[in-house]
Design a protein around this ligand. Sequence first.
Ligand code: NAD
Length: 427
Amino acid sequence: MKLSTAGNLEPFGPTYENAQKQFLKAADIMELDPNIGNLLLWPQRVLEVHFPVVMDDGRVEIFKGYRVHHNTAKGPAKGGIRYHPDTNLDEVASLAFWMTWKCAILNLPYGGGKGGVRVDVTKLSEKELERLSRRFFSEIQMMVGPQKDIPAPDVNTNAKIMAWYMDTYSMNVGYTALGVVTGKPVDLGGSEGRTEATGRGVSIITNEVCKVIDKDIKKTRIAIQGFGNVGSYTAKILNEDYGAKIVAIADISGGIYNEDGIDIKDLIAYRDSNKGLIKGYPKAKSIPAEEVLELDVDILIPAALENAITEKNAKNIKAKVIVEAANGPTTPEAEDILLNKGVLIVPDILANVGGVTVSYFEWVQDLQVFFWDIDEIRSRLTKMMVKAFNEVYKTKEKYNTDMRTAAYILSISRVASAVKQRGYYPM
Ligand code: NAD
């Protein structure tokens, strides 16, 4: 299928272009109706805002933020909001695009959305962070709502910020709207198990991969890039619940390596007392962060930011399996190199959907005002993730293709069916 240039449509930048390439590969194989394909290549709505925040010293600073809906054929938009100094429309639109396919892979009644604010949170006081969060959420309120678009945490946003968002929306509409965001604190309509959900999902998927490649997970050596929410829960659950050995970890401050396996609980405690960083951890050898990607391990789990694996380092990667916990960690050029080397890549749109799945559980609980316990959350999550993994794996076998393309084929077919049945209003 040819990428449509009708109406001078331009990709937002290189990340969005990469995302479109992934889509087009699958669209070709599945012979997708070009009318639907050309619609799904672009986001439905893009909102860019500039807004003032009164800083503690009385200055007024202007910040820039975005909220994007990629497609809402299957239901309200769903997707996180990130705070990062480099966040831009290219990144946010790509993340919204991927959210559509993630939700569809789980058959959730959602479309894809994403948001972001260009800000370095380390430079803000607590009060400045709160003012920024509340003003940003008011600015995008025209896009959000329990039946319209339900944001959630992402990089540098957390339960506390979700509580501010929920309160701000509730104050603006005049009633308490629990279902407007997910990832809230548990005593404020949040769900048990949400904080660990993405990491738990990555762990469930890693266990399923080990089954299909006939490898005992207890004998695997794993390297993880990123030790924030996703990386640290993935490491902890893989180690404690599945018995896997995590030998190397990197974060923004550097890398660490221990052949005998890193004591994850101990490392989390160290990180929490060391400004959130693993640098200087005494019970492992310090190595450059980039080296963690290239170690001789069985499984590599990128859990930091996008474009970590590029054509520059792909040829040096020795892991036979990559489980993409981060969004968009592998560029298409790097993926070609890795697939040619026979590496099995479990794509982000399958591997990291644990978070949105438990977010869905949270929203369902908020709407019915009836809450489930942690066992119920974990067992429902495991059931849905294992099912999604097996469906993608079967699609991969059926089309004799890679896991990412198979995941796209499956999710595109579901969204395409929704678009087709709803029709092109007005006819
Ligand atoms: P986070 O901010 O909690 O953690 C990010 C981690 O990456 C930190 O440890 C940071 O030090 C590290 N990092 C950043 N740049 C790095 C670099 N150049 N080298 C090595 N490490 C680096 O973010 P998170 O919530 O854990 O999200 C991580 C990834 O997972 C993102 O791509 C995010 O979009 C994706 N994701 C998150 C969720 C979620 O529920 N939090 C869900 C799905 C996908």
